[in-house]
Design a protein around this ligand. Structure first.
Ligand code: HEM
Length: 548
């Protein structure tokens, strides 16, 4: 913005039909904005021609300026320094190190140990606990420069293209298709399958990470960073169908089938979702009734039945469906890839409490013809496919819940530094600090367990992880959704009325509060998860030689 103004210039634009204001040394022309301003036009007229930075920051957060800047900014004050040149590339080992208290004796590490233990450069706003500790110059054995680069790549995208629009998309119950396509073009969809980057299936690459280096922590970073949007609906729009519907196909589908549909799926041109839950079978998967009967010529399955609460269903071409091909119980269940183009598939949007832009769907299958080549895994052994997939799904829910809990905490921390009650900022009231402390301790401890479990998944094979980690992952799912629920509640107490009305400064907290149940119930309810965690872990440890 090249136009320069003196404060006297701005002061001359002080009428309702000629209204400029200053915010942080930038000049905005609000002459025609008054009628559209949700806070009213009179309030703008009271600061016409003046510096309104203080009033602006009292009522708005950063997202508002980002969204309206290009439309309303006409220049800057002549006193404002020119934009600083980009910072010089950081030299290795150029990290900021906290000074040690005088009197504290710190052991001297050897040169080799010091190099290995070097923390990554500090990143983000550095609000304590508002980002994982490895963002804030603390040591970690799990992350290297490729993780840091991916974190920055995703964060920039989310801050520039997503944050300013996410409330609008959520209210409209739809995210523009181009955002999903970008997930494909950026290589993120290919990286979200819980396996090595499938470079044999696509030429698309993630800009900051070579495919050979791709690991489960990179996958975690994509999910974590897009969850900073503070919208379960948005996150599920992008990965809620694909992240759980895709892996069974890519891991257990026949080569020809994968080859045929992978390009459109990985590039984001077509969508896939997972259809397991039924009106009468939720966490109790072994009792599902949607049936698939083999045709007389043995070439097709004929599928009939209903599926409910299916994320993304209304937009999908492909459905990874759990069906009954055999007798009762888990040994009669198979998984099929159903294609909408076969006909007989009807989808309708369901109205839900939260995750509005995720497209929660009711599906009916009526005599849908599915080629036998679309069987995923073996006939009547679909339960194994479903169970393997659950670990990946639940870890996704954990990552999202914990970032949402952090968003509640971060928003509260920022708000507590600007809102004053009884003559003091909220942060100066011990009762508010206590709330923040209880949020932080749960987020941080859960996240550390998450890192450890992802590391275990990385080291174990698929089957070993399914058997050995199922209990712990189920427990962590319950731990993170109760943490999310706690943080959403406490944040909304801190924001008061602002988190009760939609939009504005409390928008993220209000929305996340409504999204809580969408995390606590699907993928295994808290109650089922906690019970499973003990049953499964006992079984595993008996095999490991447990002595009671
Ligand atoms: C570039 C200038 C401005 C823009 C683009 C803008 C935009 C908005 C928007 C979009 C809202 C809806 C709430 C939200 O989404 O956060 C809002 C609310 C509001 N604005 Fe502004 N505004 C501007 C300047 C100002 C100024 C200078 C004042 C005060 C002097 C002000 C006072 C308010 C108030 C009181 C509300 C209602 C807050 C609430 O509901 O709690 N605005 N503004």
């Amino acid at each position: 913005m090249s136009q320069r103004y003196s404060t006297a210039d701005v002061a001359s634009h002080n009428k309702p039909d000629n209204l400029y204001i200053i915010i942080d040394e930038d000049v905005y022309d609000l002459t025609t904005f008054g009628d559209d301003h949700p806070g009213g036009k009179k309030i703008l007229q009271r600061v016409a021609g003046k510096d309104a930075s203080k009033q602006f920051w009292k009522y708005h957060n950063e997202g508002i300026l980002k969204k309206y800047k290009s439309r309303l900014q006409v220049g800057s004050l002549d006193t404002k320094a020119a934009s600083p040149p980009p910072p010089p590339a950081k030299k290795e080992n150029d990290t900021v190190k906290p000074e040690v208290d005088p009197g504290v004796v710190a052991p001297m590490p050897t040169a080799a140990a010091q190099e290995e233990a070097e923390a990554l450069d500090p990143y983000g706003d550095l609000i304590p606990f508002a980002d994982p500790s490895w963002y804030q110059s603390y040591h970690s054995p799990y992350f290297d420069q490729t993780h840091a680069a991916l974190r920055d790549e995703v964060r920039q995208w989310v801050e520039e293209e997503i944050m300013p629009n996410v409330t609008e998309w959520e209210e409209a119950k739809k995210v523009p298709d181009r955002i999903y396509e970008q997930m494909g073009e950026r290589g993120y969809l290919a990286g979200l399958l819980g396996m090595h980057y499938p470079k044999h299936l696509t030429d698309i690459r993630v800009k900051s990470v070579p495919p050979e280096k791709w690991d489960l922590f990179h996958e975690m970073i994509i999910t974590d960073e897009i969850s900073r949007s503070g919208s379960g609906g948005f996150v599920w729009n992008l990965i809620g169908g694909y992240g759980i519907g895709g892996p069974p196909l890519f891991k257990f589908g026949k080569k020809e089938l994968i080859k045929r549909i992978a390009p459109d799926l990985l590039s984001g041109k077509k969508r896939i979702c997972l259809a397991i839950t039924e009106p009468d079978a939720g966490s109790d998967v072994a009792n599902l009734t949607c049936e698939a009967k083999l045709s007389e010529d043995g070439k097709h399955y004929i599928v009939n039945g209903e599926k409910k609460w299916i994320t993304n269903g209304i937009w999908c071409e492909y459905f990874t469906v759990a069906v009954r091909t055999g007798g009762e119980g888990m040994n009669g269940v198979s998984v099929l890839l159903v294609e909408r183009s076969a006909g007989g598939v009807s989808t309708r949007r369901m109205d839900c409490q939260g995750v509005w832009s995720s497209g929660t769907t009711y599906i009916t299958f009526e005599d849908v013809k599915v080629p036998v080549e679309n069987l995923i895994g073996k006939e009547n052994q679909g339960f194994k496919v479903i169970m393997t997939n659950f670990n990946h799904e639940r870890i996704g829910i954990v990552i999202q819940s914990l970032r949402f809990a952090r968003v509640c905490y971060e928003e509260s921390m920022k708000y507590a530094h600007k809102r004053k009650t009884f003559g003091k900022r909220l942060i100066d009231h011990p009762v508010i600090r206590l709330k923040l402390a209880h949020m932080a301790r749960q987020i941080e401890s859960s996240y550390n367990w998450l890192e450890n479990l992802i590391y275990q998944c990385e080291k174990m094979g698929e089957m070993e992880a399914m058997l050995k980690l199922g209990g712990a992952i189920a427990s962590l799912k319950a731990q993170s959704t109760t943490t999310f629920e706690f943080c959403a509640r406490e944040a909304s107490q801190i924001f008061g009325g602002l988190s009760y009305s939609r939009g504005g400064q409390g928008a993220k907290v209000e929305r996340l509060y409504r999204d809580v149940r969408a995390y606590a119930i699907p993928g295994g309810s808290e109650e089922i998860m906690l019970d499973l965690s003990i049953r499964q872990s006992l079984r595993v440890h008996k095999a490991l030689g447990m002595k009671l």
